[in-house]
Design a protein. Structure first.
Length: 94
């Protein structure tokens, strides 16, 4: 069997309640997108911890990560609560 050195998908989980680290999450995310092996991979973002008060909504996380700048890859963002199991299957179905 021939294995590709490239990935088809990226799943990136963001702690929506940790607004202080969102800048770091963006920097790390953008660095991941620059990896040769990940070019063209579909990007799934989980805006996690939606069950917590003060969690940023998916639109705010989208803006913070500058997802609108991704032009050469499909991407989607889903609000999730891993602890409650909400939004995970919807994201994976995408």
């Amino acid at each position: 069997m021939l294995l590709s050195k490239y990935s088809d998908y990226i799943i990136y989980v963001v702690d929506s309640s940790d607004t202080d680290r969102l800048v770091i999450a963006k920097e790390e995310f953008l660095a991941i997108l620059e990896e040769e092996e990940l070019r063209g991979a579909a990007v799934l973002i989980f805006a996690n911890k939606q069950d917590l008060l003060g969690a940023l909504d998916d639109a705010t996380v989208t803006e913070s990560l500058e997802l609108h700048k991704i032009k050469n890859q499909q991407w989607a963002i889903f609000k999730t609560s891993a602890i409650k199991g909400e939004g995970l299957l919807e994201g994976l179905d995408w």
